[in-house]
Design a protein around this ligand. Structure first.
Ligand SMILES: [Zn+2]
Ligand SMILES: [Zn+2]
Length: 703
């Protein structure tokens, strides 16, 4: 009798005096105690006692035997419970229900459904609300939608549907099946649900993006006067975040404050996330600052809020503060940090984070690996991106997409396609984003036929509906191949609403292919669509200049003045030893600007013998030729490159980032500078990466 507490010890000793008669009622009470306390030893002793006094084979023993099954179920001894059940001379609903609940708890939901069938067929019993609730849960756990719906029919006919248990189980089941219509039907036919049902329906709707339905359910929940719990708050804040509905979010936040509720860390994170998604970083920060116990989840939440709103530096600063607070980062923290680093194109910072990730052992997290690949690709180091990708042990769809799109963005079409074929070979399913990368790779490679095949056939086969991004890629593909008429026809025929970007792709192709008449027509059309699109004015002005139509240039400039459209100044930046240096065209703000201008002059003088002819066609026509050269000389990327050549370590490639599209003059200068200095120069402009090496660019002069 070791292991029993003293009081029970006496009970058990009393039991084992075989001469002593114990009333069955007391046996049932004792069994209840052992079930409630999960005391298997006591349960087994009583079981032995029942066997000794031969109380297991009469019809009258149904009650104690049911209790015994319950003990074994509660103590996770399902096979023993099953044995007791099988040897029962007679069984009632409770016997069946107890055993079914046991199988459900231990994850054998198919066994539950089998028992349910036998209960009706063998014992001829009619289920009650408890049995039905167990059956619905089993259907949802095992994904048996058909059986679930049949039972739904039964409970409606039998009237069991009005029981609270049944309703909740039914709603839960439809939510788990992702059957929104089913859940909403149950909801609208039967009134009165508890907070758990509301939570599970709201969560289901939210997960599947049925946001309007979720709002309807929320309305009903308010009408029913159900008391919210913290799960409700988390879910509703999540809903506000998805809807980007700040008003609703504020109302819910007020509701919490009015009720002076203790907020747990999940609710707090949900509040921070909601404000972040609604673009209210300030409010998110206020909620964060008001917290007492901050754990890694809320820290990561506030960093993510900053990141989503483009405040990358603030996100990175918070990371240092978090460390001062002695909170260790997790995989999500690192993902947010890497994405912020990518946003700043701060490669050195990314390297430091990489080191930290390896040291702390976070490399095996897919989310971290994906963010690393993305960071390296965005920071211009596609080689490092590819290394991280090859070393990843686990990959998901995002990993493949990041690598494919990274290669495409760098103009490495062949590599992108190779990764895409590997992806198909390992059986990963391509999605919307994958095909944006694939189609843009086709465009780099000039694979018109293949591109159209992917768009018109392959995407259908794998069930991806083409969207604007795909159509825009195809426009790029056709126009790069010089099929300008086809590209225009294609643009006019696509089934989705076109934006300016798609048309501008065609427009810049007109410039590259020197088809100025066509270009003018397209530009005028784009300006009708969006009279404020600066990029189009610039392209059109360049087209006029190249065709030596100076009247046209003047007209465009006048138009821009009249419509108060300002050309965004060209800005380039370069990171050297953790410091980012920013250059604006023709600007002398940098402390070393005299030396930088000297360096530019020297470089341009040295590449002239290699064939550099300043491309003055695009510059204002009413200045002297010599002055035109001056205007070109000090474009921001030239300043940044000169500075890089002065200060960057000799081996490393020079990486420059620019906000606008590179002009043709800078492009040809960069090619020759890479040859002159024998260096790799990487420039990311508004469109893509250019990798200059030994006098050539990875874009093959098309961008
Ligand atoms: Zn330039
Ligand atoms: Zn290029």
């Amino acid at each position: 009798m070791r292991g029993l507490k003293p009081a029970r010890n006496q009970v058990a000793q009393a039991l084992f005096r075989p001469t002593r008669f114990i009333h069955l009622n007391n046996v049932v009470k004792l069994l209840k105690v052992s079930a409630d306390t999960k005391n298997l030893t006591l349960g087994k002793s009583i079981h032995s006692h029942l066997l000794v006094i031969n109380q297991t084979s009469f019809e009258s023993s149904i009650h104690p035997l049911n209790s015994l099954i319950n003990v074994y179920v509660k103590c996770n001894q399902i096979p023993t419970a099953q044995k007791v059940f099988a040897r029962m001379p007679d069984r009632n609903l409770v016997s069946w229900c107890s055993l079914m609940a046991g199988y459900l708890q231990t994850g054998f939901s198919l066994e539950v459904l089998k028992l349910f069938k036998n209960m009706i067929l063998v014992d001829g019993l009619k289920p009650n609300e408890y049995v039905i609730a167990v059956v619905f849960s089993a259907c949802s756990d095992s994904g048996k939608a058909l059986e679930g719906r049949q039972c739904h029919g039964y409970v409606v006919k039998s009237g069991l549907v009005f029981h609270q248990y049944v309703k909740n189980a039914l709603i839960n089941m439809y939510s788990k099946f992702l059957d929104v219509e089913g859940a909403m039907r149950v909801f609208s036919l039967v009134p009165g649900y508890d907070v758990y049902s509301y939570n599970s329906v709201l969560r289901g709707l939210l997960q599947q993006g049925f946001l309007n339905e979720a709002v309807q359910v929320l309305d009903r929940m308010m009408g029913d006067g159900v008391k919210w719990d913290s799960v409700t708050y988390v879910t509703v804040f999540g809903l506000c975040a998805c809807l980007k509905d700040l008003n609703l979010g504020l109302q819910v936040h007020c509701r919490i404050m009015k009720r002076y509720l203790e907020l747990d860390v999940f609710v707090n994170s949900a509040i921070i996330n909601m404000y972040g998604k609604c673009g209210e970083v300030f409010n998110a920060r206020k909620a964060f600052d008001g917290l007492k116990g901050r754990n890694v989840v809320v820290w990561t939440g506030i960093m993510a809020a900053y990141f989503q709103n483009g405040c990358f530096e603030e996100a990175l600063n918070l990371f240092s503060e978090m460390k001062i607070d002695d909170i260790s980062p997790n995989e999500f923290t690192f993902a947010v940090m890497l994405n912020s680093t990518a946003g700043l194109s701060a490669l050195r910072h990314g390297d430091v984070l990489y080191g930290e990730i390896v040291k702390l052992g976070f490399m095996d997290h897919v989310i971290v690996g994906n963010a690393l690949v993305n960071m390296y690709a965005k920071c211009g180091n596609i080689g490092a991106a590819s290394e991280v990708f090859s070393d990843m042990i686990y990959r998901d769809c995002i990993s493949w997409n990041v690598m494919i799109c990274g290669y495409s963005h760098h103009g490495l079409g062949k590599e992108a396609m190779a990764v895409f074929h590997d992806m198909l070979a390992v059986g990963e399913c391509p999605n919307y984003v994958t095909f944006v990368g694939v189609l843009s790779a086709c465009s780099h490679l000039g694979l018109v036929k293949e591109g159209l095949y992917y768009l018109n056939q392959f995407m259908k086969t794998v069930g991806v509906e083409p969207g604007l991004e795909h159509y825009t890629c195809v426009v790029g593909l056709l126009s790069k191949a010089g099929l300008l008429d086809e590209a225009e026809k294609f643009l006019r025929s696509i089934p989705v609403k076109c934006d300016v970007v798609a048309w501008r792709t065609l427009l810049s192709a007109c410039q590259v292919h020197r088809n100025y008449g066509f270009g003018r027509r397209i530009a005028e059309f784009v300006l009708e669509m969006d009279p404020n699109d600066v990029g189009t004015y610039t392209l059109l002005s360049n087209i006029y200049a190249k065709a030596k139509r100076w009247d046209g240039v003047v007209k465009i400039r006048k138009l821009m003045r009249e419509r108060n459209i300002k050309k965004e100044p060209g800005v380039s930046w370069i990171e050297i030893r953790n410091v980012t240096h920013v250059f604006v065209s023709d600007d002398c703000q940098h402390p070393e600007s005299i030396q930088i201008y000297e360096k530019v002059k020297e470089l341009l003088a040295r590449i002239k013998p290699l064939g550099y002819i300043p491309d003055v066609a695009g510059v204002l026509h009413d200045v002297e030729e010599e002055q035109k050269e001056d205007y070109l000389s000090y474009h921001s990327e030239k300043l940044a490159i000169a500075y890089g050549l002065m200060h960057a370590p000799s081996e490393a490639p020079i990486r420059v980032f620019k906000n606008l599209r590179m002009c043709e003059d800078c492009h040809s200068a960069m090619k020759l500078i890479s040859k002159l200095t024998n260096k790799i120069i990487i420039v990311r402009d508004a469109n893509r990466f250019h990798s200059f090496r030994n006098g050539c660019c990875s874009c093959s002069d098309y961008w």
